[in-house]
Design a protein around this ligand. Structure first.
Ligand code: ZN
Length: 98
């Protein structure tokens, strides 16, 4: 769980994907102005995104983007950076498997 008053992971993921409504996006941007922790989380999400996109390109499964998005939201619940990074490497390896 995010600390009190902090942005939740679903909002941050939607923000990095440009999927938030204008009013919500403004709220997220205002928060990011003064919250270093969330700015760092966004950078981490971007790293994960590049891994996922590399995997998605290699696997032309129409269901893959939906599944990957769910996995991403779940994995970002984990506050332990190394643990969720390991999960994504495992996911990428799974995608690369024949
Ligand atoms: Zn924050």
């Amino acid at each position: 769980m995010a600390p009190m008053g902090d942005l939740d992971n679903a909002d941050l993921v939607a923000y990095t994907d440009g999927e938030l409504h204008a009013s919500r996006q403004k709220m997220v941007e205002a928060h990011l102005q003064h919250c270093q922790l969330c700015r760092r989380r966004i950078v981490e999400f971007a790293e994960v995104d590049s891994l996922i996109q590399a995997g998605a390109r290699l696997r032309r499964d129409p269901e893959a983007p939906i599944m990957l998005k769910q996995q991403r939201v779940q994995a970002t619940e984990d506050r332990n950076r190394n643990a969720w990074r390991a999960k994504y490497w495992a996911l990428l390896v799974a995608l690369l498997a024949p």
